[in-house]
Design a protein around this ligand. Structure first.
Ligand code: FES
Length: 141
């Protein structure tokens, strides 16, 4: 019995094999970390009075917007870096108490200025400018 006969006996044709071999194909395209580079041409504003942005009203808080991780440091300054790790694009978290960005995937760490301090990557994070005017926080390239 050759492969084709075997598959036919199992009720599987070439089309069903193609479908089966593609299980999991969509994982990467659906993942939030699918971008392969830092956002460019960034220019947006966050209203700090909006409930969606409440994380930025406390020191150590952070949120993700437009592919950018925006954080409020322990001293109350606003900083912004690319959301994704420079190793394999996994979403970063901000750890204000440790003054760093951390990747839960393989443990990369970055300073608040985006420099690599540990882990399997050697590429720094893209850093964006922030300007606070009243309760409007502008993040831009
Ligand atoms: S994806 Fe971040 S350390 Fe590997």
């Amino acid at each position: 019995m050759d492969r084709k006969e075997f598959l036919s006996s199992m009720g599987l044709g070439a089309a069903s094999l193609a479908v089966m071999s593609c299980f999991g194909c969509g994982k990467g395209s659906n993942a939030t970390n699918s971008s392969t580079s830092a956002p460019t041409g960034v220019d947006f504003t966050l209203d700090l009075t909006a409930s969606a942005n409440a994380a930025l009203t406390s020191n150590g808080g952070y949120l993700i917007s437009h592919g950018i991780l925006v954080a409020r440091t322990s001293s109350g300054a606003y900083i912004a870096v690319q959301e994704s790790c420079t190793h394999e694009n996994y979403p970063l978290v901000y750890q204000g108490g440790s003054k760093r960005f951390y990747c839960n995937n393989h443990g990369a760490t970055f300073t608040e200025k985006g420099a690599v301090t540990g882990g399997p990557t050697s590429r720094s994070l893209a850093v964006y400018n922030t300007t606070l005017a009243g309760t409007s926080l502008r993040i831009y390239s």
